[in-house]
Design a protein around this ligand. Structure first.
Ligand SMILES: Cc1ncc(COP(=O)(O)O)c(C=O)c1O
Length: 436
C-alpha cells in the first residue's frame, strides 16, 4: 500500500510536523498483540503501549466484541437525566481499585477533559464549603495536563503555552523534580523531597487560604518520566492538609497498573483528594477519561444544592458513552482476572535492569524508570528536541515505536509483554542510538 503526499493533505495532524510527516509518512495499518504493521509491511514492536493506552496489547477480541454488542444493543443514551447500566458498572469497577475514601467517579472523554473537570470540581467544592476565595491553582514546571485551556493553564511546558497567552490566570508553578546529580537512578531518587517546600512558600506569599488545589502527575510522564524523590509527595500532602488545599493526582499515564499497583497513589503510599485518569481505562479502544473524588468532596457538593436540583453544572454529550463503558468494563475485568497489575510489578525489575544496561552509551544524558515506565534521555544535538525527533523516526524504521518528548524517549511496555520483548526494545534502542 502506498500513500502519496496529496492524499494526506486534508487531515491536519495533531502534535505532528505535518510537512515532514506527509513527505515521509509512517502509517500503521494493523495492530496485533505487541506489534504494529506499517503501510510498507514492516513489523514494529510497540514499546510505549501506543501512547500509554494499550497495556493489554492490540486487537483484543474481548474488547472489540463487547463494543460491537453494546452498539447493537444500545448505541447511545443521553447522559443528562438518563442512565444506562454500563456507566454504573464501570464506576463501581473503578471505585473498587481507587484508594479509600475515593469512591465517586465522573466520566469524561479524554485526559484533557478530566483535568478541566477536576478544576471545576475543586472550584465547586470550595464554593459549596463557603470558601469561594480559593481561586489560585498550583502546578509544576515540566507538567503536562493535556491541551484544553485548563490543562494548558497548568502546563509547565513552554511550547504548549507560549502561543496561547489567554489562559486561566492565577496559576503558579513549583519547580520540577529533576535534580542535577540524580542521573541514572532506577526508581525514586533519595535527594529532592525539599522541592515540595515551594508549595509552602506559595502559601506564605499568597496565603494558603487562597489556593484551591495543587495538580501534579505523581510521575511526570510526558516530559520524560520524572520520578518523585522519596518523601516529596508525602510533603505535598502534608502542606495541603495544613492549609485546606486539595491535592489532585493526574494519573492519566500512571493509572491502571503502570506503576505496579492500580494507581501511583498506592505505589507511593500517598492518597490525593481527586484523581484524574484516562488512557488505559479502556485499553485505548474507546476514548474515555474519568475523575475520581473522595466521598467528602462528592457529599459536600451534592449536599450544598437544593433538594432535587442539579448539583454540578458540568458534563459532556459523550460522558459515559455506552461503547466506551463496554470497553472499560472488559478492560478492567481482564486486568483483574489476569492479575496484570501484579504482572507489571513483577516485570518492572527486569525492565529497569534492561533499560539501565544502556548506561554505558556515550550519547545518553540520563536513564529514569519506575514500574513499567522509563525514559532514556539523549544529549541534545543542535536545537533541543531535534535529535529526539530524528530518533523517533529512525527507531520506527528500525522496528520500534516509543514516544519522544524533546530529547527524552519514553518507554512503557504492555503488561502482557514478556522478557524477550523487553530485550527487543533495549536491543533496538542500542542499535539505533549507536548510529548517533
Ligand atoms: C498526565 C496527563 N494528563 C493529561 C493528558 C491529556 O490526555 P488526552 O490526550 O487524552 O487529552 C495526558 C496525555 O498524555 C497526560 O499524560
Amino acid at each position: 500500500m502506498e500513500f502519496t503526499a496529496n492524499s494526506l493533505e486534508q487531515h491536519w495532524m495533531p502534535f505532528t510536523g505535518n510537512r515532514d510527516f506527509k513527505a515521509n509518512p509512517r502509517i500503521v495499518v494493523k495492530g496485533e498483540g505487541m506489534y504494529y504493521i506499517d503501510h510498507k509491511g514492516g513489523k514494529i514492536l510497540d514499546g510505549a503501549s501506543a501512547l500509554f493506552c494499550c497495556p493489554l496489547g492490540h486487537g483484543r477480541p474481548e474488547i472489540a466484541n463487547a463494543v460491537r454488542d453494546q452498539l447493537l444493543t444500545n448505541d447511545y443514551t443521553p447522559p443528562f437525566q438518563l442512565g444506562h447500566p454500563g456507566s454504573f458498572e464501570l464506576a463501581s469497577l473503578v471505585a473498587r481499585i481507587t484508594p479509600e475514601p475515593i469512591n465517586h467517579v465522573f466520566f469524561v472523554n479524554s485526559g484533557s477533559e478530566s483535568i478541566d473537570t477536576a478544576l471545576k470540581i475543586a472550584m465547586a467544592y470550595h464554593r459549596a464549603k463557603g470558601e469561594g476565595q480559593r481561586t489560585r491553582f498550583v502546578s509544576r514546571e515540566r507538567a503536562y495536563h493535556g491541551v484544553n485551556i485548563g490543562g494548558v493553564s497548568l502546563a509547565g511546558m513552554v511550547k504548549n503555552r507560549e502561543t496561547f497567552s489567554g489562559v486561566m490566570p492565577n496559576v503558579v508553578c513549583m519547580r520540577h523534580t529533576l535534580l542535577e546529580g540524580n542521573e541514572f537512578i532506577p526508581g525514586q531518587p533519595t535527594r529532592g523531597a525539599e522541592l515540595a517546600d515551594d508549595l509552602k512558600r506559595f502559601c506564605e506569599t499568597y496565603g494558603g487560604s487562597t489556593i484551591a488545589a495543587v495538580f501534579v502527575e505523581p510521575i511526570a510522564g510526558s516530559t520524560g518520566v520524572l520520578v518523585p524523590p522519596v518523601g516529596y509527595l508525602e510533603r505535598l500532602r502534608e502542606i495541603c492538609d495544613q492549609h485546606g488545599i486539595l491535592l489532585v493526582f493526574d494519573e492519566v499515564i500512571t493509572g491502571f497498573g503502570r506503576t505496579g499497583q492500580a494507581f501511583a497513589s498506592q505505589s507511593f503510599g500517598v492518597t490525593p483528594d481527586i484523581m484524574t485518569m484516562a488512557k488505559a481505562l479502556t485499553n485505548g479502544a474507546q476514548p474515555m477519561g474519568a475523575v475520581a473524588v473522595k466521598d467528602s468532596i462528592y457529599d459536600t457538593i451534592i449536599d450544598a444544592a437544593p433538594e432535587n436540583a442539579i448539583e454540578f453544572f458540568h458534563g459532556y454529550t459523550y460522558s459515559g458513552h455506552p461503547a466506551a463503558c463496554a470497553a472499560g468494563i472488559v478492560t478492567q475485568n481482564i486486568f483483574e482476572k489476569d492479575n496484570l497489575f501484579a504482572r507489571a510489578n513483577k516485570l518492572s525489575g527486569y525492565f529497569a535492569e534492561a533499560l539501565h544496561s544502556l548506561k554505558d552509551m556515550e550519547c545518553l544524558k540520563d536513564i529514569r524508570s519506575y514500574g513499567l515506565l522509563g525514559a532514556v534521555e539523549v544529549k541534545a544535538k543542535g536545537a533541543p528536541g531535534a535529535l529526539g525527533t530524528q530518533l523517533q523516526k529512525d527507531l520506527f524504521w528500525n522496528g520500534l515505536h516509543i514516544k519522544f518528548t524533546g530529547d527524552s524517549g519514553i518507554i512503557a511496555p504492555q503488561f502482557v509483554a514478556e522478557e524477550k520483548h523487553i530485550d527487543e526494545i533495549v536491543d533496538k534502542l542500542r542499535k539505533t542510538f549507536s548510529k548517533i
